[in-house]
Ligand binder design. Structure first.
Ligand SMILES: NC(=O)c1ccc[n+]([C@@H]2O[C@H](COP(=O)([O-])OP(=O)(O)OC[C@H]3O[C@@H](n4cnc5c(N)ncnc54)[C@H](O)[C@@H]3O)[C@@H](O)[C@H]2O)c1
Length: 335
């Protein structure tokens, strides 16, 4: 059977780990990535980790429908995993028009090509940012939805578009709402490597560890949480990647889609993560407290019962492993 799977954004942080997990489960990822936030070396690293032959990789914009259609003709994929999107929340607030345009255009492009080529199985990267902030939230999939920035709204619009296309009979979509993916592949060969100034906690922490930044700023120390800093559901990126393979296999066996949270179901404060990182790696991380950031919620964690029941999947790796694997990745890039 053909086991080709198109992975848009496959050279990026989560996408590269998904490619590894797919190959290890006998699938062939066909990567479409314009490298706007990734580096070409990542493709070679995926090949090295998996001892695989040269991977099909196309450096194109997913909005380029004609080129995407040619790739579908060449590989006849059984499914698409769509990760290609801009993801910087701050940018989405500053440039909502270009953000919506690019991320929704990419979705329309890939869905239209799938319709033309009669490919119906689609896995979509959504996000916990779709949920309405809730002071002590362990969000279930049916929790109230109210994004607070254009990035989150874009994810919610995309989910609605997918439901409408699914209702019309052209699609089965697995919508996966990720919480906070962190860490790196245990080989230290792939990890999060954003272009430009990093916006997320772990890449910034990595810069402090690598001596490129003096201090990490922890935003807010007066939240209603055990140590006053924000609590998040950090999940190892390889657990996220493996969840995609399980979700894909479930999707291929069904005639309908589904929507699931992808997290650990456990909360950890930002300062507790920093302390875990120091202990796991015998390093010291300089940090200082700053004011709360607009739009940051106190507590964002997943209720993962549905993913466990429906997929028989749960996250396996603990915080210590997330920190060790991230440190190995950072250290390998220093040398
Ligand atoms: N990292 C997170 O914390 C997180 C959480 C929830 C959801 N997500 C979603 O997961 C997906 C992947 O996130 P990531 O963290 O791996 O980000 P990333 O930026 O590392 O990966 C996205 C990849 O898509 C590529 N890309 C962007 N626009 C493209 C386009 N128009 N055509 C082709 N390629 C394009 C980029 O070059 C990059 O390699 C995104 O959709 C993001 O919104 C991420």
């Amino acid at each position: 059977m053909n086991r080709n799977v198109i992975v848009t954004g496959g050279a990026g942080y989560i996408g590269s780990h998904i490619c590894v997990a797919l190959i290890q489960s006998g699938y062939t990822p066909v990567i479409i990535d314009d490298l706007s936030n990734a580096f070409p070396e990542t493709i070679g690293m995926i090949e090295q980790i998996t001892s695989s032959k040269p991977l099909p990789f196309y450096q194109i914009d997913v909005c380029n429908r004609d080129e995407v259609a040619k790739i579908f003709d060449a590989y006849q994929p059984v499914a698409v995993i769509h990760l290609a999107a801009k993801k910087a929340v701050e940018d989405s607030v500053k440039n909502p028009l270009s953000y919506y345009e690019e991320n929704l255009d990419g979705l329309f492009s890939i869905l239209n090509v799938m319709k033309d080529k009669s490919v119906t199985k689609f896995v979509f990267s959504s996000s916990a940012t779709v949920y309405a902030p809730d002071a002590h939230g362990y969000y279930k999939e049916d929790a109230p939805l109210a994004p607070i920035n254009p990035y989150g709204h874009g994810k919610l619009f995309s989910e609605q578009i997918l439901r409408d296309v699914e209702f019309s009979g052209d699609l089965n979509a697995a919508i996966l709402r990720y919480f906070n993916p962190v860490g790196a592949h245990e080989s230290g060969l792939i990890g999060e490597n954003p272009k430009g100034r990093p916006n997320n906690l772990m890449p910034i922490l990595g810069q402090v560890v690598a001596g490129k930044l003096e201090k990490l700023v922890v935003y807010g120390q007066d939240y209603d949480t055990p140590d006053g800093t924000a609590v998040r559901d950090f999940i190892h990126v390889m657990d996220v990647a493996e969840a995609h393979v399980v979700a894909l296999e479930r999707l291929l066996s069904l005639d309908h889609g589904f929507l699931l949270n992808i997290g650990t179901g456990k909360g950890l404060s930002v300062v507790a993560l920093i302390k875990s990182y120091e202990t796991a790696n015998s390093v010291q991380i300089s940090f200082e407290y700053g004011p709360r950031r607009a739009g940051d919620a106190a507590h964002v964690c997943a209720n993962v019962e549905l993913a466990e029941q429906f997929l028989g999947w749960s996250a396996k790796r603990d915080v210590s492993q997330m920190c060790r694997d991230h440190h190995r990745w950072i250290s390998s890039r220093k040398s």
